[in-house]
Design a protein around this ligand. Structure first.
Ligand code: PLP
Ligand code: TYF
Length: 397
């Protein structure tokens, strides 16, 4: 039955790892997948997560199935983490959610649910995270774009964005990156968010926030939730997917949540019941360990404080490397304006390198970033920053 199967192309982001593994050049560098590395370039487990692991190991917990919606306590804490403990909507029970297979799984459940309930079109920023389009196309939705990034000026094309939102048909879904936009590292200001909130309201759209980097934009997880909290306060009945991959460093544990703000608690519960009908035939229920780790941390004020400090530490190291990369490019003799590297926030630098330059940099210098010129700043260290800068300068001259 398999003879007509062709080899599928490599994933444009994750496939880079496979290519990189095969490269035996000694000073090869990968700044592709968005995964945090420490100053030695090694994967990093947060000390608060290590402590939570110990607590769990000693807790003698059983390994029974979670419910379809996952760990209820985790969901409550995840929602408080994003919407804020003081959120009126949360206190009124108008926000309900399920545990999700990290951000990706939550996006897919949302897409399937919306398709089932008559949605036809979802709008993504141009550009957006590479996987978004496939997730929603595979959910049966038509995926369109709205203007977001002005590549010529390395800035947010806010006017274009507002213009495009104003021409979206009522009932369309608009996906917004809650903070630290991937791949551009360029977010609307608070004033711009306010304007977006009012424009979207007039248009009668379904607002869907993808929150994958809460804590990574400013270093302060509460501050990074400002847009979400503003929209809820403004009365938007949003839905949101949260990922705990980056901020808690729990990538492989697949920890996330999908939530909805209803007109009242009953409405929100009805939506959650529909999420569960999507989940049950797809994967039945989510894994427990990662959700238990996050619960253990967020339940404990001391561990939460430690986590917040550690998350800030990651964001700070990335920012230091932004400055170092820009300086290093200038020392290498580049006369191009690289100020966008330090202006951008979150995990990535959207360098402005063309696909041709990216491929040349890979072939000549064995520096691997994604085809769109996105550099994972989390992979830049004091040891490799000069090498990366020289490679960029060489192909960008
Ligand atoms: N959404 C955005 C914008 C992302 O950048 C990512 C990961 O890079 C995700 C969602 C999903 O990540 P995960 O499935 O690990 O939570
Ligand atoms: O670097 C990125 O943009 C992501 C990272 O299951 C990622 O693609 C990798 C694996 C995964 C989800 C996200």
């Amino acid at each position: 039955p398999w003879s007509f199967f062709e080899m599928a192309p490599l994933d444009p982001i994750i496939g880079l790892n496979e290519q990189f593994q095969k490269d035996d050049y000694p000073s090869k560098v990968i700044v592709g997948v968005g995964a945090y590395r420490d100053e030695k370039g090694k994967p990093f487990v947060l000390p608060s997560v290590r402590k939570a692991e110990k607590i769990l190991a000693e807790g003698g917990l059983d390994m029974e199935y979670a419910g379809i919606a996952g760990e209820p306590r985790f969901v409550d804490l995840a929602l408080e983490f994003a919407y804020g403990e003081d959120s009126a909507a949360l206190k009124e029970g108008r926000i309900q959610g399920v545990q999700a297979l990290s951000g990706t799984g939550g996006l897919r459940v949302f897409g399937e649910m919306m398709k089932k309930h008559g949605s036809t079109t979802l709008y993504l920023p141009n550009p957006s995270w590479g996987n978004h389009k496939n997730i929603f196309t595979n959910s049966g939705l038509e995926v369109k774009n709205y203007r977001y990034y002005d590549a010529d000026n390395s800035s947010l094309d806010f006017e274009g964005m507002v213009h495009d939102i104003k021409s979206m048909p009522a009932g369309s879904i608009v996906l917004l990156h809650a903070c630290a936009h991937n791949p551009t590292g360029m977010d609307p200001t608070l004033e711009q968010w306010k304007e977006l909130s009012s424009v979207i309201k007039e248009q009668d759209l379904v607002t869907f926030f993808d929150c994958a980097y809460q804590g990574f934009a400013s270093g302060d997880a509460s501050k990074d939730a400002a847009a979400i909290r503003m929209f809820v306060e403004d009365g938007h009945l949003i839905s949101m997917v949260q990922s705990f991959s980056k901020n808690f460093g729990l990538y492989g544990q697949r920890v996330g949540a999908l939530s909805v703000v209803g007109r009242d608690a009953e409405e929100a519960k009805k939506v959650v019941s529909q999420m569960k009908t999507v989940i049950r035939p797809m994967y039945s229920n989510p894994p427990r360990h990662g959700a238990r780790l996050v619960t253990t941390i967020l339940e404990d004020p001391q561990l939460t404080a430690e986590f917040r400090e550690e998350c800030k530490g990651m964001a700070d190291r990335i920012n230091t490397m932004r400055g170092a990369l820009k300086d290093s490019l200038e020392s290498a003799g580049s006369t191009r304006d690289w100020s966008h590297i330090t202006d951008q926030i979150g995990m990535f630098a959207y360098s402005g390198l063309s696909n041709e330059q990216v491929l040349e940099m890979r072939a000549k210098h064995h520096v691997y970033c994604t085809g769109d010129g996105r550099i994972s700043m989390a992979g830049v260290t004091s040891d490799n920053v000069d090498y990366i800068a020289n490679a960029i300068h060489d192909v960008a001259k």
